[in-house]
Design a protein around this ligand. Structure first.
Ligand code: AMP
Length: 512
């Protein structure tokens, strides 16, 4: 497929507000796409690079280049060139990347250049596109959209499903079953501002400890155990003690969902940094495991002995979990019948905080597992309110922070796929964080006016705040009060960040 076609459809999709028209435009595009175009076309439409971060900042984008007279570039050629570019490292790499970008731009028409610039700077991000693409694919191929959605959930990848569907047609969807060894995107939680609010919304529910560790999906098939993160990275080699724990369980074939966390001698959680450092380190695993041993704590069962449990109510999935996993390896919980029992939930939260954990996750007992989505049936409640926001820009520091990139501009996602700034903060950062972000943001920079460095909007940061106040300065009409950085969440995608809508839902007091 030619890039010019994609650029044109991308523009048309952005320009129309009617959902059905957007879907029709995408369906038309997919009808003309080859199976091998799909893994490129879909992320491009959403404004993502399939390669992830390839180190194209403003320094690399440099000066404008004379456009080509006519369109010749295919999306696959562009993708190959960008893959090449992402591989350039070492001394002189910036100049080499700039040369490669220049070459690509020289082959592009003016319209294509505009599209590529938007893509490379992260400006054409269209948050809702994946959901539209599912509908478009269904329309283009005659598959039922519910079947496409479920296949995407189980494959953990829209691109993979699109490729199969465009290549082989609807019968291929049968292939995407829940399978041991093939990770699925984990179910995510919404926030609630109090236990009472959560219990009121959910009715009969389980109140579980919220452990501040790293999400892990454990797959076992006989003696073979595989471990995956929430972004589906395989981390089996890093955590041998989890493999041993999984092999001790009674089942032979299962997929379990849980958290990996480091406890101290007294059974209290060690700091998140220690757990994250352990999970992140690939070298010298034996020494790392001695210094910071970690344990799995499971809270859900997705598949047991070949039986797919995803559509079962949580109460039944948990019964399967309890059959397989003995108590200390299962998350501590309390059962609540409904709002009349809210005191039980409050008491459990108080006990959880005393034990050193960050809060609770409250889960409806009748809800299915909605993989990859923030189902409304899991609600997290923490005493300190935090938000996952996107860094939009960062200001150069002064005084003690001269030479550093310090003050963050924070944004929440908006319904149209963009971001609305909610405030700034330079608080809560350790010196190590400051050094890390200074270096990191240089690689993400797309513009620099000497004071504010605008970055590709893709890094998620967890921010604690004391509340919201009305503001005429910021586009959503509200600003954060006393925002401070808790930590960077490289494990989250920009699509996982909080939305302006969810912020208003959590703070009805500021709604006008
Ligand atoms: P957050 O990352 O703040 O959105 O909170 C959701 C995360 O909490 C999940 O992705 C898990 O990694 C973690 N978590 C800890 N304990 C639980 C639990 N009992 N149930 C579900 N998620 C949990």
């Amino acid at each position: 497929m030619l890039l010019t076609r994609l650029a044109q459809v991308s523009r048309e999709v952005a320009a129309t507000s009617a959902r059905s028209r957007k879907i029709a435009l995408l369906a038309e595009l997919f009808r003309d796409a080859d199976a091998d175009d799909a893994p490129i076309v879909i992320p491009y439409l959403a404004g993502r690079l399939p390669q992830g971060r390839i180190g194209v900042g403003w320094k690399v984008l440099g000066r404008p280049v004379e456009p080509a007279a006519g369109p010749t570039l295919t999306v696959r050629e562009v993708d190959a060139r960008l893959t090449e570019l992402g591989k350039v490292t070492g001394p002189g790499s910036q100049a080499e990347r700039a040369r490669l970008v220049g070459e690509l731009m020289g082959l592009s028409t003016e319209d294509e250049q505009r599209f590529l610039l938007g893509l490379l700077t992260g400006e054409v991000r269209q948050g809702a596109l994946d959901a539209l693409a599912v509908e478009g694919l269904a329309q283009a191929t005659g598959a039922a959209s519910a079947d496409v959605r479920r296949a995407v959930m189980l494959a953990g990848s829209l691109q993979e499903v699109a490729r199969a569907l465009l290549g082989e047609g609807p019968p291929t969807l049968e292939r995407f079953r829940l399978t041991v060894g093939r990770p699925v995107l984990p179910m995510l939680a919404h926030s609630a501002s109090s236990v009472a609010e959560a219990v009121e919304k959910l009715g009969a529910c389980a109140v579980e400890e919220k452990l501040d560790g790293i999400r892990v999906q454990v797959h076992r098939e006989g003696d073979d155990v595989r471990l995956y993160t929430r972004t589906l990275d395989d981390i089996t080699d890093r955590l041998p003690e989890l493999t041993s724990a999984a092999l001790e369980l009674r089942g032979e074939r299962f997929i379990l969902d849980g958290e990996v966390i480091a406890f101290d001698d007294r059974g209290r959680p060690r700091s998140f940094q220690e757990t994250a450092g352990r999970v992140g380190s690939r070298v010298d695993v034996t020494t790392a495991a001695e210094a910071v041993p970690v344990s799995p704590v499971f809270f859900d069962a997705l598949s047991v002995e070949g039986r797919d449990l995803l559509d079962l109510p949580f109460a039944e999935r948990h019964a399967e979990l309890a059959r397989l996993v003995p108590e200390p390896m299962r998350v501590r919980r309390a059962l609540v019948n409904g709002p009349e029992d809210v005191a039980v939930a409050e008491e459990f939260l108080a006990g959880t905080l005393e034990r050193g954990h960050e809060g609770v996750v409250i889960k409806a007992l009748d809800a299915a597992y909605s993989a990859g989505r923030r189902g409304a049936s899991w609600l997290k409640v923490k005493p300190v309110h935090t938000l996952d926001l996107i860094v939009l820009a960062v200001e150069r520091g002064h005084g003690r922070r001269t030479g550093k990139l310090s003050n963050l501009h924070l944004g929440a996602r908006t319904a149209d796929g963009g971001f609305a700034m909610l405030g700034k903060t330079f608080k809560g950062m350790t010196d190590a964080m400051l050094d890390w972000q200074t270096e990191y943001f240089q690689g993400l920079a797309v513009e620099d006016d000497g004071w504010v460095v605008t970055v590709r909007p893709e890094l998620v940061v967890e921010i604690a705040y004391d509340g919201l106040q009305r503001s005429t300065r910021y586009p959503a009409g509200v600003a954060l009060r006393f925002a401070r950085v808790v930590r960077y969440r490289e494990d989250k995608r920009p699509e996982d960040a909080d939305t302006v809508e969810s912020l208003f839902a959590a703070h009805p007091e500021v709604r006008t």
